[in-house]
Design a protein. Structure first.
Length: 511
């Protein structure tokens, strides 16, 4: 992950690089005069200065804009900086052309210009694959082919210093293309064409305007390159590239940022709904000594619809609920509110028959469920004087139970379908006799599915191991310590599912 300090350092260095290139280009342009330049050469020099200034402005805009750490944005900046370097050396090459005293500089400038064209093609391929989120095994051997081709092309360009296979500078200081000049464009045109093939194959992942911009990045420089081949003295390739980079930034990245802001706003709204609707006062009933209860929920990067709830049906019955709604964002948060409200209302209507509660709630949720959302749920009612636990599960994770002086283990029962998938479903009801010291641990799938950077999941076995390592803790400490073990396992990797837990220790009937 890029830290703020590193981002600032890179930004300052990039700004200095851009400013130096622009300043040097203007200085060279002014100090060397225009008299020796032909009209076509003058057009190319002015075009290069225009590219440098426009690229610098584009870089400033990208820095002022919301800082991004996406890999595709990094490749966009690499294309931009390569364009800046290519424009600068191209200007130098035109200005010193025909000056015998600058033959080494002329050769160096043209060599770097050729290398810049290769890098632009390679970075564009990396940009597109990153933009499409294609990586790893999906790319197969293509990264090696593109990378190897770029390296080979650059090596041949460097060998040109000794062989003159692409160009030479004569004793009068004039640049001349060789008969094999076109070979230098093979990698560029081939890689661009293959990248466009990838765009076509992945067109369903892109919007029409995105496809148009990506095609323009190839076609405009290609057309100007063909003009340069036919008419030596005019090189508008850099201008075409920077214009498309501006369009790419304005259309692709600005629109992406706008969509990102909207998504972040929705994320904040969903998080607020989710967090504010869940009870958060612990202990919830200080006067009730029959149990110790604690629950928590940590929203993921993409907020889902996890919920927990607990309430006294009467002085002798405690209801505990945990559920996980399908989907993400505001729709999931709103559906979660409905599920929570219905479960509580039906539980408080005087019936302790959990099968009936689930039956009624399921039918209510099926009404008008146009988005086809559903929820897994676990509902239990503890009879406080006796310790009798009655519960049912609707497609939810199994309860972990620790008997007094024992270890946590998973209690597997027949798992009924989730709520809201089909009307008139029957839900099985189960009983468990709790004794003083027994602990119930409920959780959503975000716990076992929490993943580390290698993609390995925390899993049920690690969860039980963590629970048993802290089995004598208070409910709050138990929850805190298990979460600490999850955090240590994931090592900061982004989690895409909420992690929600609820634990209850039955202390026995108060006397």
């Amino acid at each position: 992950m890029v830290t703020n300090n590193r981002f600032k350092t890179v930004t300052v260095l990039a700004a200095l690089y851009s400013m130096i290139m622009v300043s040097l280009s203007i200085y060279i342009f002014i100090t060397h005069g225009l008299g020796h330049l032909s009209e076509t050469s003058l057009i190319s020099v002015v075009e290069d200065i225009f590219c440098l200034v426009l690229a610098f402005v584009l870089f400033i805009c990208s820095v002022i804009d919301t800082p991004r750490k996406d890999r595709d944005y990094n490749y966009f900046l690499l294309m931009l900086f390569t364009n800046i370097g290519s424009s600068f050396v191209d200007e130098v090459a035109w200005i010193v052309d025909g000056h015998p005293e600058y033959i080494p500089l002329n050769i160096a400038a043209n060599t770097f210009f050729y290398i810049g064209n290769v890098l632009m093609a390679y970075f564009f391929w990396r940009y597109v694959t990153s933009f499409l989120h294609i990586a790893g095994e999906k790319l197969g051997i293509w990264p090696y082919l593109f990378g190897g081709g770029a390296v080979l092309s650059i090596v041949i360009i460097l060998l040109n210093l000794f062989t003159g296979i692409y160009f030479t500078v004569d004793s009068d200081g004039f640049y001349h293309r060789s008969p094999y000049y076109m070979i230098s464009n093979i990698y560029i045109y081939l890689s661009m064409a293959l990248t466009l093939v990838l765009v076509v194959l992945a067109r369903r992942l892109l919007k029409r305007y995105q496809i148009i911009i990506l095609f323009l990045y190839v076609l405009l420089p290609l057309l100007t390159g063909l003009v340069a081949i036919v008419s030596y003295g005019i090189t508008l390739t850099n201008a075409a590239s920077i214009i498309v980079l501006v369009l790419m930034y304005c259309i692709l990245h600005v629109i992406q940022n706008r969509e990102r802001v909207l998504a972040e706003s929705e994320l904040a709204t969903a998080t607020a709904i989710q967090v504010n609707i869940l009870p958060s006062i612990f202990p919830p009933y200080p006067e009730k000594t029959e149990f110790d209860l604690y629950a928590s929920m940590v929203p993921a990067k993409e907020v889902g619809g996890d919920l927990y709830d607990y309430f006294l049906i009467d002085d002798d019955h405690l209801a505990i609920i945990i559920a996980d709604v399908s989907g993400k964002g505001v729709p999931a948060a709103l559906f979660m509110m409905v599920v929570k409200t219905l479960l509580k209302n039906q539980s408080l209507n005087g019936s302790n028959n959990i099968s009936d509660i689930f039956y009624r709630v399921n039918n209510q949720l099926c009404e008008g469920n146009d988005m086809d959302m559903f929820a897994t749920a676990w509902l239990g009612i503890i009879e406080l004087p006796t310790g009798k636990l009655t519960y049912a599960t609707a497609g939810h994770e199994y309860m972990a139970l620790k008997k007094k002086d024992g270890k946590f283990s998973i209690v597997k029962v027949h798992n009924s379908p989730p709520l809201a998938v089909m009307e008139n479903l029957k839900y099985n009801e189960y009983e468990e006799q709790l004794e003083a010291g027994d602990v119930i641990w409920l959780y959503t799938d975000g716990v076992p599915e929490a993943s580390n950077g290698a993609g390995e999941m925390f899993g049920i076995d690690r969860m039980l191991e963590s629970l048993n390592a802290h089995s004598n803790d208070s409910m709050k400490d138990l929850d805190t310590n298990v979460r600490a073990d999850i955090a240590a396992f994931t090592s900061g990797a982004d989690q895409f599912d909420d992690i929600t837990t609820l634990c209850v220790k039955y202390n026995g009937h108060a006397k």
